[in-house]
Ligand binder design. Structure first.
Ligand code: NDP
Ligand code: HSE
Length: 445
């Protein structure tokens, strides 16, 4: 049969919000180019959304519109179900039902896969269907494809990325325009970057979902969101952003997955990154992911991490992959998590105490003789080596004639457990006058 004779792939969209709308638009606008690449057409034949009036506005008469997503799954003429509803609730049920019905699935739902991925991939494997999720990590950047296919020769050593557009947008706008946190968050919501529940963005949960998926693909371990360390940007103060800048660093919310001999570090937290690194200069809703492989060295992937059409770009790429593989045997496909399902590693996720990193510390202290010596003595007792110490002038910190000052300490690499002990001892000193601020630091060299 010649390629012209292959019938189009018929797609059912569940959810026609920000990403669903973008997917429909991109598929329609670029249909001819996409057909030439895929070897067959890709047509949205059915759309489900609770808001059918909105769906009507986007889709017009181009596809059948229903309010019940299960009608799409039940339709034997739909080949691929695209889940763009979000969350762990109805989305999980619908994805599992679509798989059970023998449909291939595309989803942008990182929350669902980071938490329930093991169950979903097992169900898909049993049914011989594809579950594709390029849009789930870093929006339009093809990082899943790069890791699963382009870097397949490598032992991946670490992956670190700005993988939440909303928080990067907030940090950039606050720093550059002096805008308030709440104002910028509202703007991120208006632009369609934020999750339905924006606490997922600002508390680091969304980035941790994505880091969990990256760790699985990089190291061939199961998705284990429950073992990830998750910290967002809500506790960050403008003072620390300013001090970090003065020291030559930017603070970015990073998702990090690093292979150690005894396990994998999986963590998301605000991080000081040297300003001279490219990734420190990734601003607004842009994302960037650094991957260190033993053969290739460091590679970096940069682009729009959120928004309607950038994310649709990744959804459509998955649809093209499915269109090309529709008639191929399951064994010919790239494994869901890059490694063959029977070859997954049991390397554990390390407890936070065993994570190795360097630190920025800020201590509000009494401006008295001997204070610095006591503090450096406590760090030395824990074997923590100091990279730099800066003491602000007391007048600058606590006003004319003030007797308090800020002590900023940058350390070399140490264990989180050792640092916790040192922090407890320093905090107990009567000359330490406020809770000590600790931000982790990565050189990403
Ligand atoms: P939206 O809220 O914009 O869209 C979701 C749509 O699903 C809404 O139109 C909603 O209708 C509809 N919906 C809700 N429940 C049902 C249901 N039971 N049946 C049918 N439709 C339903 O979300 P996004 O497009 O922003 O996000 C979709 C997914 O993509 C999420 O998993 C998100 O994490 C992910 N994602 C989003 C990105 C972005 O930049 N926005 C980037 C990458 C991934 P109603 O509004 O009436 O409730
Ligand atoms: N809320 C997410 C973000 C959307 O801001 O990055 C993209 O996954």
């Amino acid at each position: 049969m010649s390629q012209e004779q292959l019938r189009p792939v018929r797609v059912g969209l569940l959810g026609i919000g920000t990403v669903g709308g973008g997917t429909f638009t991109v598929l329609k606008r670029n249909q001819e180019e996409i057909r030439r690449r895929a070897g067959r057409g890709i047509e949205v034949t059915m759309v489900a959304d609770l808001n059918t009036a909105l769906a009507q506005q986007v889709v017009g008469d181009a596809a059948q519109i229903v309010s019940d997503a299960r009608a799409v799954i039940a339709n034997p003429d739909v080949d691929v179900v695209v889940e763009l509803i979000g969350g762990y609730g109805i989305a999980k049920a619908l994805v599992l039902e679509a798989i059970a019905a023998g449909k291939h699935v595309v989803t942008a739902n990182k929350a669902l896969l980071a938490v329930h991925g093991t169950e979903i991939f097992a169900a898909a494997r049993a049914k011989g269907v594809i579950v594709a999720f390029e849009a789930a990590v870093a929006g339009g950047i093809p990082i899943i494809k790069a890791l699963r296919e382009g870097l397949t020769a490598n032992q991946i050593q670490w992956v670190a990325g700005i993988i939440n557009g909303t928080t990067n947008f907030i940090l950039s706008e606050m720093r550059d325009k002096g805008l308030d946190f709440d104002v910028v968050l509202k703007e991120a919501q208006r632009l369609g970057y934020a999750e339905a529940d924006p606490t997922f963005d600002i508390e680091g949960v969304d980035a941790a979902h994505k880091a969990t998926l990256l760790s699985a693909i990089a190291f061939g371990i199961p998705v284990q969101f429950d073992k990830a360390h998750v910290e967002g940007i809500t506790q960050l103060s403008a003072t620390d952003i300013k001090y970090a800048e003065q020291l030559g660093y930017r603070i970015k919310l990073l998702g990090i997955a690093r292979r150690r001999d005894n396990g994998v570090e999986l963590r998301t937290h605000p991080t000081l990154v040297p300003m001279r690194r490219l990734i420190a200069n990734v601003e607004g809703a842009m994302n960037a992911v650094l991957v260190q492989g033993d053969a290739v060295g460091t590679t970096m992937y940069y682009g729009k991490g959120a928004g309607s059409e950038p994310t649709a770009s990744a959804v459509v790429a998955d649809l093209v992959d499915i269109a090309r593989l529709l008639d191929a045997a399951p064994a010919a496909r790239v494994p869901y998590l890059a490694f063959q399902p029977d070859e997954m590693s049991t390397l554990p996720i390390l407890p936070l105490d065993e994570v190795i990193t360097s630190f920025y510390l800020r201590l509000r202290v009494a401006d008295k003789a001997g204070v610095l010596a006591k503090i450096t003595g406590i760090l030395a007792e824990q074997g923590i080596s100091i990279d730099a110490v800066i003491q602000r002038e007391a007048d600058e910190v606590s006003g004319e004639g003030g007797n308090q000052t800020d002590l900023i300490i940058l350390t070399h690499d140490t264990s989180e457990g050792g640092m916790n002990k040192a922090l407890a001892a320093m905090q107990a000193l009567p000359t330490v006058l406020a809770p000590i601020v600790r931000v982790r630091k990565e050189e990403l060299a």
